[in-house]
Write a protein that binds this ligand. Structure first.
Ligand code: CP
Ligand code: NVA
Length: 306
């Protein structure tokens, strides 16, 4: 049976820990100069993008290379997913050529449909609803810095978007407490919040960033306007005034609080440059950990070890 990574909600706590432990192992060995190019030798990953990317594209492409495989970039203009031919036919065709598909899409149903029809594993490289690879890299980063996850409080400041939704799913599976401070109408997905609460997770939806930041172990933020929402940018800039991770907001959190951002950042909007470059910031560790976390996912899903 093939295994996909469409949503962390579909993965068990044990499966998530399997990725984190393998990622930490691969990272340690990689830094020590150990080569891992036997793991996916001869395997190919199709990377389908409906949206732009720096980190996702580079970390998946480099990750496949380091594991001995090959990654094929298919940009928005190449296959015109769902326009030139159906998502079902794209999934069925790609499955005859490649050993895995990573897709960055607008509608979440597109990545779900790819997973349903593909006979090879499908990895969600971001949809309008979720960003599971980001959340895996983030919890790997928190685990490295804090040596634990369970019982920590992650405070998310800003939009209840794809990154926030995946962090809620990860928090629920790993025993972290999640708080968000967001303007009305920008709450995270209600079904995801309800499912996390049903697992026993503490999820708080607040309005006041200071209340959310109070004694937090992690202060996390993301852009106010996500890809695909550009027409609302001006309106969002007004609505999200005050939802900024700054050194002042950081002073409400624990002294060793981690400042996190999935990047790209809009400095001066959701985060100040000073907060992003502060001693507490781990934003580039997060970016690096995309590589290590995804190599673990690729090894487990494409390497026949699952
Ligand atoms: N964080 C992240 O997914 O970055 P990209 O959009 O550059 O891939
Ligand atoms: N929420 C952002 C994340 C980018 C990595 C977006 O969807 O554009």
């Amino acid at each position: 049976m093939k295994r996909d990574l469409v949503s962390l909600g579909d993965w068990s706590t044990q499966e998530i820990w399997e990725v984190l432990e393998l990622a930490a192992h691969l990272k340690r060995e990689h830094r020590a100069g150990v080569r891992h190019d036997h793991i996916l030798r001869g395997k190919t990953l199709a990377m389908v993008f409906q949206k732009p990317s720096l980190r996702t594209r580079v970390s998946f492409e480099v990750g496949m290379w380091q594991l001995g495989g090959y990654a094929l970039y298919l940009g928005p203009e190449d296959i015109k997913l769902g326009q030139r031919e159906t998502v079902e036919d794209v999934a069925l065709n790609l499955s005859r050529y490649v050993d895995g598909i990573m897709a960055r899409v607008f509608g979440h149903e597109v990545v779900e449909e790819l997973a349903r029809f593909a006979t090879v594993p499908v990895i969600n490289g971001l949809s309008d609803l979720l960003h599971p690879c980001q959340a895996l890299a983030d919890v790997l980063t928190i685990w490295e810095k804090k040596r634990r996850l369970s019982g920590l409080t992650l405070a998310f400041i800003g939009d209840g978007n794809n990154v926030a939704n995946s962090l809620i799913e990860a928090s629920a599976k790993l025993g972290m407490h999640f708080r968000i401070a967001c303007p009305e109408g920008h709450e995270p997905n209600a079904r995801i919040v309800a499912e996390a609460r049903a697992l026993g997770a503490e999820i708080a939806i607040l309005r006041d960033p200071k209340e959310a930041a109070k004694d937090a172990d992690v202060l996390y933020t993301d852009v106010w306007t996500s890809m695909g929402q550009e027409a609302q940018a001006e309106l969002r800039r007004k609505k999200f005034q005050g939802y900024t991770v700054s050194l002042e907001l950081l002073s409400f959190a624990k002294p060793d609080c981690l400042v996190m951002h999935c990047l790209p950042a809009h400095y001066g909007e959701e985060i100040t440059y000073e907060a992003a470059r502060s001693r507490n910031s781990v934003i580039f560790d997060q970016a690096e950990n995309r590589l290590h976390a995804q190599k673990a996912v690729l090894a487990l899903l494409l390497g026949g070890r699952s």
